[in-house]
Write a protein that binds this ligand. Sequence first.
Ligand code: LLP
Length: 457
Amino acid sequence: MEEQKSFLKQKIDPNSPNKNIVPVTTSIDNDGKLLIAGCSIEGLVKKYDSPLYILDEITLRNSCRAYKKALDKYYPGKSLPIYASKANSSIFMSSLISSEGLGLDAVSEGELLTALKGGVPNEKIVFHGNNKSDREIEFAVRNNIQVIVDNDYDLERLEKISNIINRDLEIMIRFTPGIECHTHEYIRTGSFDSKFGFGIEYLSNLFDKIRKTKHLKLKGLHAHIGSQIFELDPHRDLGEIMVKVILEAKKFGHDIGKLNVGGGLGIKYTENDDPPSIDQWVETISTSVVKSCKKHNLDLPILMCEPGRSIVSTAGITIYKIGAFKEIPGIRTYLSVDGGMSDNPRPITYQSDYSACLVKNPFNINSRNKYTIAGKHCESGDVLFKEIELANCKSGDLICVFGTGAYNNSMSSNYNRIPKPATILVCDGEAEIIQKRESPDDLLKYDVLPDRFIKQN
Ligand code: LLP
């Protein structure tokens, strides 16, 4: 068996986890098996079963601190990083984020509730969405949570509410800056053709409209150009465009004190990925806003940003157990695992690539062992890896997939009535459960059989 270069042998950058494939606490024990935060993965699966989501606390905290540190360095005293909770929402995540002093972005009553239950202060939460329900808007207003107005429908309802309660409401607006960036088209949001936010050409009209309301006070601007972005230029451009929009709003008497530049910094899923560091990303956007404000003689607004993936993705891994093998001579060998598109819909949705290894033998990759790793769902496209080289493996062995902390759990489903995995938090050799595994019985909880069908049976 040949020993190959492995992504596991790369040096880990503890200060910018998004530049690593693996959690910063990854190590190999004396028997050559994989450990995260000093915890044996085999031991965790024995106790908690598989598939299993695992989150590494140190990696999470390092990511939060990297944003705070860089903002303090390049934009001192006037910033608020906000975690985009759509990446991975739980009471635990809300609590951790809030313990690190970050705010949180929510897009539904469910995410709002989760944030509040996790102790995120109301004034550090922002509420997004291109089609908020009346109930959600009222929930946000009642809880003094800042609403980011996405369209005229939001505006009309907020105006109505502010008149009914007869008090001023501070709002921010989201606009599409017309910036193209190189990422999957489904996760590109800043171009003109987007369902999110007001078109930039409509803003003068909008500023006039808001000026004429009795109680709506426009205090901030928001834009988000997309996700998993490796280029820095689009964010540099965004800073300049947003400052120009502050000037335009000023003409209508609006005093914009907050700029929210969205999220979007990419992470390293495979060795082919080379994202900028958190420090570089923050430097780019901060410098652009500072320069533009200076040029136009404007006071610096509070700078907010909304990272999701780059906070939580690298902290997360998923462990699967290998089941069936199917060799099709001359074509490929399928190796099926006990999860798939229900716990990670990203490969089938965006053709996303990941890195993975065997837990018992992470290094000894054998280039003759090329496998297609299939999920267990009734869908031919339910394939997690098209072709991956692994050490020799057999049914019952465990596979670790890296970089699954973002948009895996949060986008998971119960397709084929498969229960969602548990999530375990690991830190300093200890493991704690932060989300329980669903059971098949849990999935029946919302089914209702009308009486006449019960009689019929
Ligand atoms: N702010 C807004 C308004 C957003 O829509 C998003 C992501 C973020 C912040 C956070 O972006 P991030 O830092 O995570 O790139 N499901 C897709 C990603 C969808 C991103 C949606 N919006 C995926 O799995 O790649």
